[in-house]
Structures are given as C-alpha cells and as structure tokens.
Design a protein around this ligand. Structure first.
Ligand SMILES: *Cc1c(COP(=O)(O)O)cnc(C)c1O
Length: 390
C-alpha cells in the first residue's frame, strides 16, 4: 500500500495547488434555510431544497407510517422479493403526475441515469448529449459503449446537423431540462419534435425541474404543454421534492425492458419503503401548495435583478439556480470565503463540475428564503465589487 498511498497523496497535493481540492462541511443541523456549522449559523444558499419541503409535515408523516407498515428495508432486489406493493402504487401515481404511462423508482438519480442509459443503448448505437449535461448522464453514456456525440449547449441547429450525419442502430438524445450549474432551460418542446422527426429516443433529466416547472410543478413537459408524446423523463426526489431517490417515467414497454435489462435495477436492493411513500406524499404537496413556486419565483427574480444591477455575470434568465460566474477557481473560493465570513453559506463550484475558467458561486434560492437574506448577499457582493470585477 505504501507507494499506492504516496500516489494518492501526490494527487491530493496537486489538487490543492490548483485550488481544486474538495472537502465536506459538517452541518450540525438539517439542511434548511439556516444551517449550523461549528458554533456558527449561516444562511444556506446551496441546498436543492427549492420548495422548502424537507421535513414537511405531510411528507414526514407518510415516511414514518411507511416504516411502521413496510419496514426499514425493502429486503431484496425488487426482482427477487423486494417488490413491495407500495412501489407499484407509487409508480402509477408518479407516472400520472408526469403525464406518462409508467414509472420505475430508483434509490438515486445517479444510479438511475448511469444504469438506464447504459441499458437503453450499447455498441453500435449513438447518444447525442448536450455538452453541459450532468455527470450521471455522462457516466451512463460512457458505460453504455455507444458512440457519444456531444452537441453545443442547447444548440439544436448543431444537434440537427449531427443527427443528419450520424447514423446508428438505435439513437438516443439526452439532455437536462433545467441545467444544474447554470439554471437555464432546454427548449423541450422543440426537442420532442426533433426526436420524432429523426426517429430518435429522447431522455429528459428533470432533476431541477420537478416540483418547479409547470402549473402543478410536474416539470418540463407540463411547462411546455407537451402531452401524449413518447418521451422518457427522469425525476429525482432529493431536490425540490424534499425526499430522496428517483423515478424514471416512460411508456410501459420501456419500463418492462428496463426491468429485464437495467443492471442498476436488477442487481440492487429496492429503495427503502420510505422513498415511494415520501415521493407520493411530496407530489401531493407540490400540486396543492402552488404558493411555494410563486414565492420561489419572486425571490429568485429579485436576486437575479440585484446581480444584474451590480453588473455581475449571471444567467440570461432568472431561475432558482443563479450562477455568479467568476472564472478563476481561486477567485471563486475567495468570494465564497468572504460570504462565509459574513454568515452566508454558498460554495464555490469549480472544474470538473463546470468547464475550465468558469468557476462560480452557485446560489440556490428556496421558498424558505426571504428578501432580507438576498439583500445581505447583494450587499456583500457590492462591497467586494472591485475585487470581483477585476
Ligand atoms: C442531482 C442530479 C442527479 C442525481 O440525482 P441524485 O438523486 O442526487 O443521485 C441527476 N441528474 C441531475 C441533472 C442532477 O442535478
């Protein structure tokens, strides 16, 4: 182990040199608007708990009751003896919520993307993937052994050019709907038409759209008024829904195929029963408490306008994910530290999570925030404007 460890150590030292070393911050409280770190408390701007549903009484009750009735474990892979009826009930409801025929629950979104993409396509097939897609999509593409064609970010002219020249057995287009590090949205309506015209399958990752987009918060399909089209959508439970896990929605035939082919489903213990129970309860809250989406929207619009007024580099459109693009990793860390000193918890995001020279602070706004929280951040940024802009 000695030379092995020496290698690891050199690798870590190198990361430190490049300002790319990562460590975890221990929270002494749950992940809410205010978090406790050490002896101090901070306003938290980096959780994906966009609607503030983490700990919601309805969800908590459903999850606790599911443990009492079904236990703390599903006991086995769902193909062996872990297919609790609770999963089947939840999957019907979750599919309906997304407006698709069927769904399948996974313990995590990462696991879902990696194992679903790698079972849908293989050698001789082609995946067309947006250049800013989430790491779990990238890993799924790599594992599949399909040819990976990257198209320019949200650039469907580029995509179409590539669809015309790259012919394969099976073809799949895959994209985030709301992009996780920039908060911008792919035009899913146009993409559904393109997929149909070119006879391609389409997989949309709705991780940051579920609970947020659409009148009922069901995500990007509802947002663009897409109904009755044959598409696949991945939703995650750990973000706006305030739970954990993921559900993949599709036609019934794709679901059946995955049950037979998807190794991440077949060779993995079913999610804990509290996940389907929590997801079902959460989508009811999402539908019922539309005020959370409205409040979120006015908060992030206020924040976005404030960033723009300061002349800072952020997204073109307001959204619940607001990047403050700083470029240099060291600068991103410095600004993050300045915020931290003043009681704001907003971490620097650096390569390889984002492209080179696009290090940033990624502010996540939630319905739990208030205008004063945002004003505090804007004032800190204003005081450091010279440093940030030069
Ligand atoms: C967070 C995220 C995932 C992974 O979901 P987990 O349930 O956290 O593993 C997948 N895709 C996107 C776009 C994400 O942001």
């Amino acid at each position: 182990m000695r030379s092995f460890n020496e290698y690891l150590n050199r690798y870590l030292e190198d990361l430190k040199q490049k300002q790319l070393y990562r460590n975890m911050e221990v929270l002494k409280s749950g992940c809410h608007r205010i978090v406790h770190i050490g002896k101090r408390s901070f306003i938290n701007f980096c959780s994906n708990n966009y609607l503030g549903l983490n700990g919601h009484s309805d969800i908590r009750k459903a999850m606790i009751e599911s443990i009492a009735k079904w236990g703390t474990s599903s006991g086995a892979s769902r193909l062996i003896s872990g297919d609790l009826e609770l999963f089947e009930i939840a999957e019907k409801k979750l599919a309906k919520f997304k407006g698709l025929e069927a769904s399948l629950i996974f313990p995590s979104g990462y696991q879902a993307n990696v194992s679903i993409i790698s079972s849908l396509v293989g050698e001789g097939d082609i995946v067309f993937s947006d250049e800013l897609n989430h790491a779990s999509i990238i890993d799924g593409c790599r594992l599949s052994k399909a040819r990976i064609i990257i198209y320019k970010h949200r650039d469907f002219f580029d995509l179409k050019k590539k669809l015309e020249s790259e012919i394969g057995k099976r073809r799949l287009i895959v994209t985030d709907s709301v992009f996780s590090m920039d908060g911008d949205i792919a035009n899913i309506k146009e993409l559904v038409d393109i997929a149909e015209r070119y006879d391609c399958a389409l997989l949309i990752d709705d991780a940051h759209a579920t609970g947020i987009l659409g009148k009922n918060g069901s995500g990007s399909l509802e947002h663009y008024g897409i109904k009755g089209r044959d598409v696949m959508v991945l939703a995650t439970g750990g973000k706006a829904l305030g739970v954990s896990g993921a559900f993949f929605c599709s036609s019934d035939i794709v679901r059946k195929y995955l049950i037979n082919r998807c190794r991440g489903f077949i060779y993995s213990t079913g999610a804990i029963p509290a996940i389907p129970a929590g997801l079902m309860a959460s989508i009811e809250v999402v539908k019922k408490e539309g005020w959370r989406r409205e409040r979120l929207k006015s908060l992030y619009t206020y924040f976005w306008r404030g960033l723009k007024d300061l002349g800072l580099s952020t997204s073109e459109e307001p959204s619940h994910i607001l990047p403050l693009i700083l470029g240099d990793s060291e600068k991103a860390i410095r600004v993050s530290k300045k915020l931290y000193e003043k009681g704001i918890y907003a971490r620097a995001i650096r390569p390889p999570t984002v492209p080179e020279n696009s290090s940033r602070i990624r502010f996540c706004i939630t319905a739990e925030h208030n205008y004063e929280d945002i004003e505090i951040v804007l004032q800190i940024l204003k005081k450091n404007l010279d440093y940030i802009l030069n």
